[in-house]
Design a protein around this ligand. Structure first.
Ligand code: COS
Length: 393
């Protein structure tokens, strides 16, 4: 059982502690790692449904639409993701995408759009996706080239989106496209687009290092009602950033879950592996490695839950805190997992071993929802804002 001492930290209240306990016990009975992931799509759909039935997806939307809290509580999101990730990367993925994929609706959708989508997202009856990245616009969101042209009561979308998680299995996509109110980041808008809308097709399924549904989408004169616009025309860039400010902290939490799993594997290995007439744990080198791993995990947890608490309790976007948490938790989780794998020797690289899986599963987290380099950029810019003449360097 992973270390749960951090639950005593002042970032949490008793409801959070109870939530962590309940999701841990649910995960132990419902999330047996399936090593044969031939049907990743089917497995993912089943997980969305199971997470919905168990009530965990209620934490991805606000109370008026079936949610557990008035607005999304980031500490709950993080506790859920950390626990799910410790048990099953795909369960964490399925949970996370419901929140990220519907986040722009929660923040800026009209009442009608919220009522149409959010209750079913929360029940696990609709699968959500966030369609931001393009072949030439990943980190540079302001370079988005997909267009949305106003035509009477509709918008007509044309372009290509790629690296879209849940692409191919989602029921709807929150799509960011250029409406042209201003050049660059000021000319983007967000739309909710149902997966079966004529003109939207999945043109490639992408196989990834750790399998999950991932696709490239093409929009060809894809017509959506103007009512599907999320927020103001031209407000799409800020809406994307606001959505990421909420969910990036939960990426840090997922990385923590992977790292805690790796530490547990490493401790069990150290205690049981015999060599040179002793156990691996008897070597000071091993003890030093374990100490580094545990300290890195605690440092990541402190940054992660500080970011979540800052947003929940101080009501601040916490852009800087979120970026620090995402950067440190994902980077250190990669190192923690690498150290755990090393302690397994040759066994560590054998397919199907937990550390081998974790080694692959952590990698994408250092890239998606803003690569480490982007987080550094964000932190640097936030610091420079303290100098009035450098408000937007
Ligand atoms: N919340 C609200 N508004 C924000 C914001 C935030 N977190 N971040 C920036 N803005 C605003 C800025 O204040 C600015 O507003 P004004 O034009 O009114 O001054 C506007 O948005 C443009 O901001 P900025 O000039 O910083 O934009 P850049 O094009 O330089 O982009 C980065 C900044 C690189 C930080 C941004 O594009 C980014 O986060 N990229 C990574 C995206 C990502 O995560 N991709 C992965 C896809 S999801 S898997």
């Amino acid at each position: 059982m992973a270390d749960a001492n951090y639950l005593a930290w002042p970032f949490f209240d008793d409801a959070h502690r109870k939530l962590a306990e309940n999701v841990e016990s649910w995960a132990q009975t419902h999330l047996v790692q399936k090593h044969d992931l031939a049907d990743v799509d089917g497995h993912c759909k089943a997980l969305v449904s199971a997470l919905g039935q168990a009530g965990w997806l209620r934490y991805t939307v606000g109370r008026a639409y079936g949610g557990r809290h008035e607005a999304i509580d980031v500490r709950s999101l993080c506790l859920l993701r950390e626990t799910l990730a410790r048990h099953s990367a795909l369960a964490d993925f399925a949970f996370a995408m419901q929140g990220l994929g519907s986040g722009a609706i929660s923040l800026a959708g009209s009442e009608a759009v919220k009522r149409k989508y959010l209750p079913q997202v929360s029940a696990g009856q609709l699968t959500a996706a966030f369609a931001l990245s393009e072949p030439d616009a990943g980190s540079d969101v302001g370079a988005i080239a997909t267009t949305a042209r106003r035509d009477g009561a509709d918008y007509v979308l044309s372009g290509v989106k790629t690296w879209i998680s849940n692409g191919g299995i989602a029921d709807f996509y929150c799509v960011f496209a250029r409406t042209g109110e201003a050049p660059g980041s000021g000319g983007l808008s967000a739309f909710v687009v149902d997966a079966d809308t004529p003109g939207l097709e999945v043109i490639e399924r992408i196989a990834a290092i750790a399998p999950h549904p991932l696709a490239t989408l093409r929009f060809t004169d894809c017509r959506v009602a103007a009512g599907n616009l999320l927020g103001q025309a031209g407000g799409g860039f800020k809406l994307a950033m606001q959505t990421l400010d909420i969910f990036r902290t939960s990426v840090a939490a997922a990385a923590l879950g992977f790292a805690r799993h790796a530490l547990d594997e490493a401790i069990a290995r150290a205690a049981s592996r015999r060599m040179f007439g002793r156990t691996l744990a008897d070597f000071q080198l091993t003890q030093a490695t374990l100490a580094d791993m545990a300290t890195d995990i605690d440092a990541s947890a402190l940054l992660t839950y500080r970011a979540a608490w800052t947003r929940d309790c101080l009501g601040l976007p916490a852009t800087r805190e979120v970026a620090m948490a995402k950067m440190v938790a994902t980077e250190t989780a990669q190192q923690v997992i690498d150290k755990a794998l090393q302690m397994f020797g040759g066994l560590g690289v054998k397919s199907g071993m937990a550390v081998e899986r974790l080694y692959r599963e952590i990698r994408a987290l250092r890239i998606y929802e803003g690569a480490t380099e982007v987080q550094k950029l964000i932190i640097g810019r936030e610091l420079l804002k303290r100098v009035p003449s450098n408000k937007n360097p």
